[in-house]
Design a protein around this ligand. Structure first.
Ligand code: XMP
Length: 311
């Protein structure tokens, strides 16, 4: 497939659909939305407004990093700080699909407000083929897929969604990024789920628990930086397990699962054979840097029967 041609065709289609109107891009910093945003920016120039919703569920320093990266490309990113709204919506929710629904509803409500303020009629969104496939198959409802779960963005939110990448899988999306001349760091990044660290925090996703998983994710990312892998992250489990302090006192603490997988397109995956020294360094740092943790586990599950994320 000629990805330059694909990109050109999508740009023409975006121009035609938006006409003299305005569009907003929902940038999360992940590969899909980054490629989509650059594509739409090349098609629409100043008629595209780029919005980054800071939901409080991002990795360490992510909002500013994304803003800086896009500033270098001449693309202005407006950050909407909505962490409190997201945490309020997630409060008390422990069921995975209820968490996903709470995230999705809050995302579109927050986003719709921003779209209305910008007076845009179109939303450019980085949905890819795997998101649609998994939602259709009922594996889970990806946050950016509305049609398949019977929600019309036009009726409910008043704008039309444009999804230029919806026929591609992840490797194809990366190739479009390369064809667009984007910096490699933006199109080779690890995928990150829409609902963010809420997918990596079983039980309630509250600010304190999200902080724990954010720190653990940072450690796992740093320690696996030398590996070729599809995704590497940490998950805070919902249970508590016994540990012991240096002076011999028993205590209950948090459990962290380390997840690192090899995959082509996220549809299937296998656990990365991390070296023992890497695993030992990860556990050592997690115990040293996150004192509430009493167990660190390495997840060996392939997809299927597992999934990559935990909700
Ligand atoms: P699972 O956990 O289903 O994940 O094996 C497959 C891939 O999709 C990412 N993922 C998401 N991406 N919105 C997204 O944009 C979501 O709601 C979502 N949930 C999972 C996940 O990180 C993996 O790369």
């Amino acid at each position: 497939m000629d990805y330059s041609r694909f990109a050109q065709k999508q740009m023409e289609a975006i121009r035609k659909t938006v006409g003299a109107g305005k569009a907003v891009s929902a940038l999360s910093g992940g590969v899909d939305s980054a490629v989509c945003t650059v594509l739409a920016h090349k098609a629409l120039g100043a008629r595209l407004k780029v919005i980054f919703i800071d939901d409080g569920l991002m990795r360490q320093d992510e909002p500013q990093w994304v803003k800086d990266q896009f500033a270098r490309l001449g693309i202005k990113v407006t950050i909407v700080n909505a962490a409190r709204t997201f945490f309020a919506a997630l409060k008390g929710k422990i069921d995975p699909e209820k968490k996903r629904k709470a995230f999705r509803d809050t995302f579109y409500k927050t986003f719709s407000r921003a779209v209305r303020q910008s007076k845009a009629q179109f939303l450019i969104q980085g949905t890819i083929a795997a998101d649609i496939l998994e939602t259709k198959k009922g594996v889970k409802t990806q946050h950016n897929v509305l049609d398949q779960i019977g929600i019309s963005a036009k009726d409910r939110y008043g704008y039309t969604t444009i999804e230029p990448l919806k026929t591609l899988y992840k490797p194809g999306v990366r190739k479009v990024g390369r064809a667009l001349g984007m910096p490699k760091i933006l199109y080779t990044r690890m995928p990150f789920p829409g609902p963010g660290l809420a997918c990596r925090c079983l039980g309630e996703a509250n600010p304190g628990r999200i902080d724990i998983v954010r720190q653990a994710c940072k450690i796992v990312e740093e320690e696996t930086a030398g590996y070729t892998k599809f995704q590497a992250f940490a998950v805070l489990l919902a249970d508590r397990a016994t540990g012991v302090t240096k002076d011999g006192r028993r205590r209950f603490g948090d459990l962290i699962a380390v997840r690192c997988v090899d995959s082509e397109d996220a549809v299937t995956a296998t656990a990365t054979p991390l070296g023992w020294a890497t695993l030992m360094e990860i556990q050592k740092r997690i115990y040293a840097e996150i004192p509430s943790v009493t167990k660190v586990l390495y997840d060996l599950s392939p997809k299927p029967p597992s999934t990559i994320e935990y909700i």
